[in-house]
Structures are given as structure tokens and as C-alpha cells.
Design a protein around this ligand. Structure first.
Ligand SMILES: [Zn+2]
Length: 188
């Protein structure tokens, strides 16, 4: 069994900073898991509020301590995985979509994370809304990385408001992703 624990106060504060109340329904169930040795350095998000993070992302490499959320890269990766939880809360079958994207990426050599950046906040929101799960994850990761690094990109302003302000809906897609067994090890 994976080692895991509830989010601590610092991690909950981070969720609140970037998601406001849009993950509130899930917040009591959010748990951080240590990725096993051999699982590469990648992070992972599974249904039910489970976030898997590599050991290097924790203070002193100690998973009983906080994630290093003042580090822009760690914050960005954590935000990416949290956004997948946000997508699930909204009824998106993240695991199924992500698996299909990874398959396509291998077959077509297409980067599932790539998106077209722009300076216009309204246009960026339009792109975010129509993007697939990994593009949304990457956009959110870039936004949060910038915020934590001290240079928030204003082009993400409307995306930030959209993610933090979106209403919580019951998730019909949760049932779909719930039947996919955990333990798939690709990054998503
Ligand atoms: Zn992802």
C-alpha cells in the first residue's frame, strides 16, 4: 500500500489560494501519496482526491513534512494534479481522457500538454474552456508556477477567476473514472 496522509494546513491553504471554494466538496478527502521508487519523477492524480507526488517535492524529501510549495516548479506540478481533481468534480472522466491522450501521443508523436499561448485574457479563457484535460492542466501549471515565482502572467487572469469561481456540481463522470483501476503509471 502506498504511504499517504491528509493534506496539511499549508497544502489546504494553497488549494484555497488558487481554487477558492471550487474544490470545497472534495477538500476533506484530499490526500497526498508518496510515489513509489521506480515510478519515475512524475506526479499523478487519481479519482477520490488522491494526489501522488515524488519524494523530492517534500521538504527535506520527507513526506511527513509539507510539500515545497514556495518552489515554483513543485507548486506548478501540484496545481496541475489538483486541476485534474477540479475537472473530476465537474464531471470530466479525466483518467479515460488522459489515457487516450497518452496513447495518441505515442502513436502520433503529439505532445498532449502543448497549447497555444496568447496575451489576451479573454482569448486564453476561451482556449482553456475548449482545451482537453492535459492542456488545461499545463495552462494551470504555467499560471501557478508564474504566481509562485512572483511574476503572475495577466493573460491567465480570466482562467484563474473561472477555475476559482466555478460552481461545484455533482459529478456524473466520477462513476466512469471510478471503474478504471488505480495504479496506471503514466503521467497525467
Ligand atoms: Zn496531467
Amino acid at each position: 500500500m502506498f504511504w499517504n496522509r491528509h493534506f496539511n494546513e499549508t497544502e489546504h491553504a494553497f488549494v484555497h489560494r488558487f481554487f477558492a471554494h471550487s474544490l470545497a466538496a472534495l477538500q476533506p478527502r484530499l490526500r497526498v501519496y508518496l510515489r513509489r521508487v521506480g515510478d519515475t519523477h512524475r506526479a499523478l492524480s487519481l479519482n477520490g482526491g488522491r494526489i501522488y507526488m515524488p519524494r523530492a517535492c517534500f521538504v527535506d524529501g520527507d513526506p511527513t513534512r509539507s510539500l515545497r510549495l514556495s518552489h515554483p516548479y513543485v507548486a506548478g506540478v501540484f496545481a496541475h494534479e489538483l486541476l485534474h481533481q477540479w475537472q473530476r468534480v465537474r464531471g470530466v472522466a479525466v483518467t479515460r481522457q488522459a489515457a487516450w491522450l497518452q496513447t495518441k501521443a505515442v502513436c502520433l508523436r503529439r505532445d498532449p500538454y502543448a497549447y497555444e499561448a496568447c496575451d489576451d485574457a479573454a482569448l486564453m479563457l476561451a482556449r482553456f474552456v475548449s482545451a482537453q484535460v492535459e492542456q488545461q492542466g499545463q495552462m494551470w501549471q504555467d499560471y501557478v508556477t508564474g504566481c509562485v515565482a512572483g511574476h503572475a502572467d495577466p493573460a491567465f487572469a480570466e482562467v484563474a477567476a473561472y477555475v476559482a469561481g466555478s460552481p461545484v456540481v455533482d459529478a456524473p463522470g466520477a462513476a466512469v473514472s471510478a471503474v478504471i483501476p488505480p495504479g496506471n503509471s503514466s503521467r497525467w
